[in-house]
Design a protein around this ligand. Structure first.
Ligand code: FE2
Length: 298
């Protein structure tokens, strides 16, 4: 019967699959390369004529088994094939180990930097969670403006760290409840360069460094630290700038109460072409109108 035939084939497939899995587990347990040149009917699945398996070992642990199998034709694997596959697997294991170590270092560095930001925010009860809110809004703006995944990843990294340079600003200036003197304001203006230098010292994240350095530049060139204007300012900094200003206006600060929420959007819109990139302001307005940015939740 046809249905019986189909079931028979399925059963055979399942057996072959289990046989192969058993061999792979053996190779993983032994941690040494295995070559089975010929299918003698005892070890290999019925649909495999020749096979080799090389465990992928990293620091003595097996993370996988690179398996090559011949199912058709007269060719059979030999010792030289096993040598080349072992060579390839050693290099693959080395590359994976380096990547894992890099990711580990990357995550540890980011956690350390973010701990600095938390420490800064804890100094000022008014700015707690400011950086993460700014990051969330920046990511929404970035998505709305068609940023690539790479750009969004950069924003996701630079957003939480944009004010890390404030670690170098004394409390009596950073937490001053009243207006700043000219010299105190000059000191505050150092924080984008300080932040970029802190991130830059780690020798990676060049683009993130520039985003942080430029987050207080104004679209008309009257910002700081460099007085860049329009496209001279990285797009991601122009995005961060709007999100940063929005969250600052919509939150209580040591020196003032939060701005009446209805005025926040108007203030941002009126600063298009002066402080802010008009395209980013347009994206912000669109997001607000769609309900994605909830002014009352800030
Ligand atoms: Fe800042």
């Amino acid at each position: 019967m046809e249905s019986g035939t189909i079931r028979f084939d399925q059963d055979a497939d399942d057996r072959d699959h289990k046989d192969m899995e058993k061999l792979i587990r053996e190779a993983a347990a032994d941690k040494i390369p295995m070559l089975i040149s010929e299918n003698n009917g005892k070890r290999l699945p019925s649909n495999v004529r020749s096979c080799m398996m090389v465990p992928l070992n990293i620091r003595g642990k097996t993370f996988g088994v690179l398996t090559a199998a011949i199912k058709h034709g007269d060719r059979r694997f030999g010792e030289s094939d096993l040598y080349y596959l072992s060579f390839l697997t050693r290099h693959a294991a080395h590359a994976i180990e380096k990547l894992a170590l890099y990711e580990n270092i990357y995550n540890n560095l980011f956690s350390t930097l973010y701990a600095f930001v938390r420490a800064i925010e804890l100094r000022d009860p008014y700015t707690q969670q400011h950086s993460s809110r700014v990051t969330d809004i920046s990511l929404q703006l970035g998505q709305n403006m068609g940023c690539s995944q790479e750009e969004l990843d950069i924003l996701n990294f630079a957003g939480p760290l944009h004010d890390i340079g404030k670690i170098g600003i004394p409390d009596n200036i950073l937490l001053k409840p009243g207006p700043l003197t000219l010299s105190e304001y000059e000191k505050i203006k150092e924080h984008p360069d300080l932040g970029a230098d802190i991130v830059g010292k780690l020798g990676m994240w060049d683009r993130e460094q520039e985003i942080i350095r430029c987050h207080h530049e104004w679209y008309d060139g009257s910002g700081y630290p460099s007085g860049l204007k329009q496209d001279e300012i990285p797009l991601l900094s122009r995005i961060l700038s709007v999100a940063d200003a929005f969250d600052a206006m919509a939150s209580d600060r040591a020196y003032r109460k939060r701005m009446e929420i209805g005025k926040v959007l108007g203030t941002i819109q009126s600063a298009a072409n002066t402080q802010f990139d008009p395209d980013v302001v347009g994206a912000f307005t669109a997001l607000h109108e769609s309900g994605a940015i909830d002014l009352d939740a800030a």
